[in-house]
Write a protein that binds this ligand. Structure first.
Ligand code: AMP
Length: 177
């Protein structure tokens, strides 16, 4: 596994985006660096290949980018969780609070199977509100969430408390803004 770079060096930190007071961790620097992107996917495979997963679920939109190669590598279905109004079929939905504002997410009812064991993927975990809402929509369909994953974690925002008792894994954490 190639690791001749620092993940921290390829994650850009943008102050006051999208609102004053928010330090935005921009993962696009990972995507334009093939070694960094491969490192992330290899690490995710290593973390989850032993887990008996039935599916991955990914959060729009940056979660999609990391979940799609992982789903292909693990040979499991990929369920897309999208912002309200984007999915054409019948959906389960959940409203939630973001670190900056409010949102509502949805999943196709037809994509979720009762009893399915699912890992949920996003690019970054801040308050954990988005992942909690994603768990809610999947559980409306009778699925079980086995884990949460983010490339970046902001544990000082106490996401683990929100997401307990489901285990959370990240590749890099930032402990203060
Ligand atoms: P949260 O629900 O608070 O855990 O927020 C997570 C979602 O919002 C993820 O989809 C992130 O992409 C985005 N997000 C929240 N805070 C930040 C931040 N400081 N930098 C980059 N993305 C963020």
């Amino acid at each position: 596994m190639s690791n001749d770079f620092s993940l921290d060096e390829v994650i850009r930190k943008v102050p006051d985006f999208p609102k004053p007071g928010i330090l935005f961790y921009d993962i696009t620097g990972i995507l334009v660096n093939p070694k960094a992107f491969k490192y992330c996917i290899d690490m995710m495979v290593k973390l989850y290949k032993g887990l008996e997963l039935d599916a991955l679920a990914a959060i729009e939109s940056r979660g999609f980018v990391f979940a799609a190669p992982l789903a292909e590598r693990l040979g499991v279905p990929l369920i897309l969780i999208r912002k309200k109004g984007k999915l054409p079929g019948d959906t389960y939905s959940c409203k939630y609070a973001l670190e900056y504002g409010f949102a509502e997410i949805e999943v196709h009812k037809a994509d979720v199977q009762r009893g399915q064991k699912i890992l949920i993927i996003d690019d970054l975990i801040a308050t954990g509100g988005t992942l909690k809402a994603a768990q809610n929509v999947l559980e409306q369909g009778g699925a079980n969430v086995l884990g949460f994953f983010g490339i970046v974690g902001l544990p000082f925002l106490n996401y683990q408390k929100v997401l307990d008792p489901v285990p959370v894994k990240t590749l890099i954490d930032y402990n203060a803004e």
